[in-house]
Design a protein around this ligand. Structure first.
Ligand SMILES: Nc1ncnc2c1ncn2[C@@H]1O[C@H](COP(=O)(O)OP(=O)(O)OP(=O)(O)O)[C@@H](O)[C@H]1O
Length: 266
């Protein structure tokens, strides 16, 4: 199918082979992210959200259906992807700056060593870590480590940024700080991204589209567009429209969990 989406997932089905037989995880996954788009994916625990990120990174080829990036079918692992996870996994024997530079040692880059370092310093300043370049990971708080991990995911200007619950382990205030930092980063360093999250407020604050997956095997159950209304502030989460969006998504999650019938929310 022709599409101008940067990431285009169509009719994907996949089962893991396990000792006790095939485990169907995805059945009817559809997802489309335009260039510069930021899509949040929410769904019941264990429904296949991380599996979706593996498909986009080319770490997993689906049994059926297609995963395309820029129109090309993904058939092998992709280096042009940036990833950040709940656990920031920074290397203790490297400084923060050296940690951020790590992807440039692994994936092909046009940047010289000096340019790479300048970019790393710029990204660190953008997330408020100026002055921490030469610290070790253990000298940083959880939120600061996660900010460094975000810089590392962006250092090679990836075609796609995949964030798999990056703020999940942080306390509520730190998480809200990170949300605001994400907006700053997106404005200064535009990216195309997929955010996996369990936090509905996070999804409507950060993304321009929220995709709800059904229970396993997951299909795309519901899509909510969040129109671009310019810069978002935390106050926007306490408006009637935000309350309405959260209510819609909460009900969709209840449907996905099988706790209420689909008819109850239409
Ligand atoms: N390599 C694998 N082999 C077999 N089963 C797997 C494999 N990876 C994941 N699974 C199973 O597939 C299902 C979906 O896993 P996945 O990690 O994609 O879900 P998730 O939605 O990200 O979960 P959570 O919300 O708990 O983070 C789970 O039941 C998991 O146990």
């Amino acid at each position: 199918m022709m599409s101008d989406a940067l990431i285009d997932i169509q009719a994907v089905r996949h089962s893991y082979r396990t000792a006790s037989g095939p485990l169907p995880v995805l059945d009817g996954l559809e997802l489309s992210v335009p260039e510069g788009g930021f899509v949040a994916v929410v769904g019941p625990s264990g429904c296949g959200k991380s599996t979706l990120t593996r498909l986009v990174a080319g770490l997993l080829i689906p049994d059926e259906g297609e995963v395309r990036v820029h129109g090309s079918r993904i058939t092998a692992p992709r280096s042009n992807v940036g990833m950040a996870f709940q656990n920031p996994v920074l290397l203790e024997w490297r400084t923060i700056l050296q940690n951020v530079l790590l992807p440039l040692e692994i994936v092909p880059t046009k940047l010289t060593k000096a340019e790479g370092e300048a970019r790393a310093r710029k990204l660190l300043a953008l997330v408020g870590l100026e002055g921490f370049e030469n610290k070790r990971p253990s000298e940083l708080s959880g939120g600061m480590k996660q900010r460094a991990s975000l810089c590392r995911a962006l250092i090679h200007s990836p075609e796609v940024l995949i964030l798999d619950e990056p703020f999940g382990a942080l306390d509520a205030f730190t998480r809200e700080d990170l949300w605001q930092i994400m907006h700053r980063v997106k404005a200064e360093e535009p990216f195309t991204g997929i955010l996996i999250t369990h936090d509905l407020r996070e999804s409507i604050f950060l993304a321009d589209q929220v995709v709800v997956l059904s229970g396993r095997p997951a299909k795309t159950q519901f899509v909510l567009d969040i129109p671009d209304t310019g810069l978002r502030t935390l106050d926007d989460l306490y408006t009637p429209i935000a309350a309405e969006r959260l209510n819609i998504l909460r009900h969709q999650i209840e449907v996905a969990q099988g706790r209420i019938p689909a008819e109850a929310v239409t």
